[in-house]
Design a protein around this ligand. Structure first.
Ligand SMILES: [Zn+2]
Length: 443
């Protein structure tokens, strides 16, 4: 790959994000001279007063061979992180880089950056939180556009040699993205990219083997799927809805990862019930079970402490204390406003002001902003009560009030409970949901 990099003014600090980038950089020189530019680790050795233009060559295939994910791919596809091939200055908040690819005939590119309209293969790269490492994909894959609310999202389904029903998978992704629209009527980031990697069967028979959100120059949802599983299994699986739900919050610093994970856990269940993929009872069973597991997990640690440590022993604490907080907040908002305000409406206002965000947030910043949408604050009170306190938020009485009644290990719904109408408003099936071929999951 040959890259020509031009800047509006002379720059000196040019680096690649990956430590491995140096070994794949074949040559670099100033545009106006044949003299090479040396590297020093991840940096280019650029003397004062800096350079305005340089060209360089990267061994893309060599770098791709080192990328584990490439092993499963069709040989025509090449995956390399931009952190390996992109040498650039650090981006300030107001900086942007326009990247334009000139591709050989028949080759496509997939990158997580903002598309520039009316210009082929051109993208705008802005500062971002850099959580995880983005993928750039060069090759031949199935590029689809799906509608989620008003947003047109790009879905790239890689060719891995496994038989994959592209239209069925695309429909499922569109359906999942529209689950998120059920929160506040819009998709949180109209520029998000979805990358689907069909892979063989994993452990167990989960149709979605792995999912994650990467925020690196743009937001990507990566899903590794088993295309041999029946489509009904995909629709009843929560992983993709969980990952998409993450986009409703910005990237939070690692100590508050319990907030990100908890809100996603909460919403995956609420949204799958609204979408008619879960019965209300099943959604609450999942919430109930998860909250109980969260209570049992490292009770001696606070959520902030648990999230700052190794996840292995405290996973349930991290995943469910934030869900408890989301539940407490949602019920209180609905109760005090008679349903005018909800966690959905707060997240909707937050999306309008602040998403997608180019930076990392703290929990305090996030909840202070949430409170700014309310006449009577709520979120910072909850945060102060729970973030640095050992134990687990008291949600059992609240569940009772909602009519989520425990009978042995199962729960039943009671419509006689005081807050049963609130519960139905949270997880009742949306009126707009069509009848599916198969009934919602209840067990
Ligand atoms: Zn998650």
């Amino acid at each position: 790959m040959e890259v020509r990099a031009q800047f509006n003014e002379a720059v000196r600090n040019i680096a690649a994000r990956s430590r491995d980038a140096e070994q794949y950089l074949l040559a670099a020189r100033r545009c106006d001279s044949d003299t090479g530019i040396a590297t020093h680790g991840r940096r280019l050795s650029v003397p004062e007063p800096g350079i305005e233009c340089f060209v360089y060559t990267v061994d893309l295939q060599g770098a791709a061979r080192a990328e584990r994910r490439n092993a499963a791919l069709h040989p025509n596809n090449t995956i390399v992180s931009p952190g390996i091939w992109m040498w650039r200055p650090l981006l300030g908040f107001d900086d942007e880089i326009v990247v334009r690819f000139e591709l050989p005939e028949g080759l496509q590119v997939s990158v997580p950056w903002e598309r520039i309209e009316n210009l082929d293969n051109a993208y705008r790269l802005l500062a971002s939180p850099q959580s995880g490492t983005a993928l750039s994909i060069f090759g031949q894959f199935d590029a689809q556009i799906i509608k989620a609310g008003d947003a047109s999202l790009r879905v790239d389904i890689l060719r891995t040699g496994l038989k994959t029903d592209i239209s069925a998978i695309t429909n499922w992704i569109a359906d999942t993205a529209n689950n998120i629209v059920r929160a506040y009527g819009r998709f949180p980031n109209p520029e998000a990219r979805i990358v689907v990697v069909p892979a063989g069967r994993g452990r167990g028979d989960s149709p979605v083997r792995f999912g994650r959100v990467v925020r690196d120059g743009g937001e990507t949802i990566e899903l590794m799927i088993d295309p041999t599983q029946p489509m009904q299994m995909f629709y009843e699986n929560w992983t993709a809805t969980h990952e998409f739900s993450h986009l409703m919050l910005p990237y939070l610093q690692s100590e508050q990862r319990w907030v990100s994970e908890g809100f996603a856990q909460y919403y995956q269940n609420v949204l799958l019930a609204r979408a008619g993929r879960y019965t209300q009872r099943y959604a609450w069973q999942k919430l109930f079970d998860g909250l109980e597991r969260g209570r049992d997990s490292v009770p001696e640690l606070s959520p902030n402490d648990a999230a700052a440590r190794d996840e292995r022993n405290s996973r349930m604490k991290i995943y469910w204390s934030g869900a408890a907080l989301a539940l407490l907040a949602d019920v209180e908002l609905r109760r005090r406003s008679g349903g005018d305000q909800t966690l959905d409406s707060v997240l909707g206002e937050f999306q309008e002001c602040c998403l997608p965000s180019r930076r990392t947030w703290t929990g305090v910043e996030l909840f202070t902003r949430f409170d700014s949408f309310l006449d009577e604050p709520l979120f910072m009170d909850l945060y102060r009560q729970h973030a640095d306190t050992a134990g687990f938020p008291a949600v059992r009485p609240l569940l009772q009030d909602l009519g989520v009644i425990r009978e042995g290990n199962e729960i039943q719904m009671s419509d006689a409970a005081e807050l049963a109408p609130v519960r139905r408003a949270m997880t009742g099936r949306d009126a707009s949901v069509p009848d599916y071929d198969s009934p919602p999951r209840d067990r």
